[in-house]
Write a protein that binds this ligand. Structure first.
Ligand SMILES: [Zn+2]
Ligand SMILES: [Zn+2]
Ligand SMILES: [Zn+2]
Length: 149
């Protein structure tokens, strides 16, 4: 068992149920965010759809994961920074949605620039998403290009 997964549940005072442990392990094993349908495929019959939905919404509410909508409007989930809590998410980093492999990346090193709102516009949530070709797809394209020459 992944010790960090247990620590995350302890920190947020959540019971260690098997769906929670499975979902967190999957999220931790990935470099990119994951959608609910992809999670369903990986989990198979172990976790039913309603339980998965509740698990994701509990995690989001507790500040364990954050949601990113991709270009098709599908929610993708990624692990939060340790500073996120049930009161406030601090995931104000840039997200990157690859138009080739469709993966959503958290670019944690890139903070969303501070935006000065017009008077009386009060922001609650800021999404900053960049669409383009990710590192993996760029490298793959370069390799295929070399093979042809
Ligand atoms: Zn967060
Ligand atoms: Zn890609
Ligand atoms: Zn993120």
């Amino acid at each position: 068992m992944d010790k960090e997964v247990l620590e995350i549940l302890n920190k947020h005072q959540l019971k260690k149920t098997s769906p929670r442990l499975s979902v967190l392990s999957i999220l931790r094993s990935r470099e990119t965010a994951i959608s609910q349908p992809e999670l369903e495929t990986i989990l198979g019959k172990d976790v039913d759809r309603v339980t998965l939905y509740r698990t994701l919404s509990t995690f989001e509410g507790k500040g364990i994961i954050h949601k990113v909508l991709d270009m098709h409007g599908t929610a993708n989930y990624a692990l939060c920074d340790a500073s996120c809590t049930e009161h406030k998410h601090n995931d104000e980093h840039v997200h990157f949605n690859c138009t080739s492999c469709l993966n959503v990346y958290c670019l944690e090193a890139l903070q969303i620039p501070h935006l000065v709102m017009p008077p009386d516009f009060i922001p609650h949530t800021i999404n900053f998403i960049v669409y383009g070709i990710c590192e993996k797809c760029t490298k793959k394209a370069a390799e295929e290009h070399q093979k042809l020459h």
